[in-house]
Design a protein around this ligand. Sequence first.
Ligand SMILES: *Cc1c(COP(=O)(O)O)cnc(C)c1O
Length: 461
Amino acid sequence: MNYSISQLETWDKSYNWHPFTPMAAYLDGTPIIISKARGFFLVDQHGKEYIDGFSSLWCNIHGHQVPELDNALNEQLRKVAHSTFLGLSNEPATILAKKLVELAPAGLNRVFYSDSGATAVEVALKMAFQYWHQCPNPKKSKTKFLALGMAYHGDTMGDVSIGDLGRFHDIFKPLLFPTIKSPAPYCYRCPLRLKPESCGMACALELEKLVELHAHELVAVVIEPLVQGAAGMVTAPRGFLKRVREVTKKHDVLLIADEVAVGFGRTGTLFACEQEQVVPDFLCLAKGITGGYMPLAATMTNDEIFNAFLNEPGGEDKTFQHGHTYTANPLGAAVAIASLDLLIRENGVLAQVRAKGERMQKHLDRLRGFPFVGDIRRSGLMIGIELVANRETRQPFPAGVNPAHAICMMAGGYGLMIRPLGDVVVVMPPPAIPEEIVDRIGEVLYNCMMDFSTKISGQEG
Ligand SMILES: *Cc1c(COP(=O)(O)O)cnc(C)c1O
């Protein structure tokens, strides 16, 4: 592709429409066009290198141009790039399904493929709903979902209906189905205005009450286990997830675990649910499933759900009427198998995530000295640094300051690619990141905080 840099920059601004991107501001700037990537570095059109500090939006696991993953793709390319999964099968998706069943919490024996996190959750919503119509003891009154405050489950209409991030979701409200909301386990800004030391996990209690009250109409509770990613890396107190599982089981409500962000080692275990010995009824997987190489997703469920979709001879049609053209794409599945192998092999990537997280923690602890660093949240290698104008009152910065955006821009200058979520600086490097790059990220963060400190003191004086 021999196009000049300026041609590509012009065409990007003329023809592309970028997701979640305020396009007017974008058109005023100079685009960063990633032209290649190797290891843990992204390289732009001018050859400038950036540490991939956000795992190319939370999906990369092993870095870029990983020989084992490249080989898996190349080998599959010599067989078949794509063939449909509607009534037909393929080799890699079959092998991957078996591996996922072996690795997932016990009982999740069926894999339904799709191609993004949004579809993985959408599939779970529709399957769960249909289950209550077809299970041995049908409950057709079950038509609602319960989700958490600040939830994000993807951008299709069903997912937006159960989502709760105003700036992403509010505009679509007239189109959405009603969802029951339970307070987010957001200790730094408790929606119940309580203190974590003394609240007795009141948010879990509230959820328990809501599940009990609405059990007759509740299809399922949907949750991001351990960390609500898009909410700004909101980490739930230990035991919260387990209580959600217990109360849903008790009241005959299904549990959908959206591990699209937290799955595949991000939080220190292969799946986040493992940390509280939770087995959900649906496990939604995407982002990291292919190591960040290809769009692929999976919705896993148990035999009880699956069996409710089996037609009896001569009986009603119980088929799950849902699918996507590229479902179970063989290239995606082939690279997913290779990625899983690297992740879980002895002394592989997974075994080292916790130690790397702790190493990162040392750098994060240094940032607490800055008065505008309000809260630092971390689970494995998922990190959120919430910035505030006043640490005592936790008062946010005034509208227009966009402190996290400013710091992420500064990080770009230092060669670290990260993205903010509201006033939260999000750092989420690939789990395979080497320790020396963890240290570099720590240094860049410190430098950015120093620069930001200078910038705001300059504005005050
Ligand atoms: C990113 C994300 C999704 C949506 O995944 P896409 O592949 O972007 O559609 C769903 N749930 C969670 C928790 C996510 O972080």
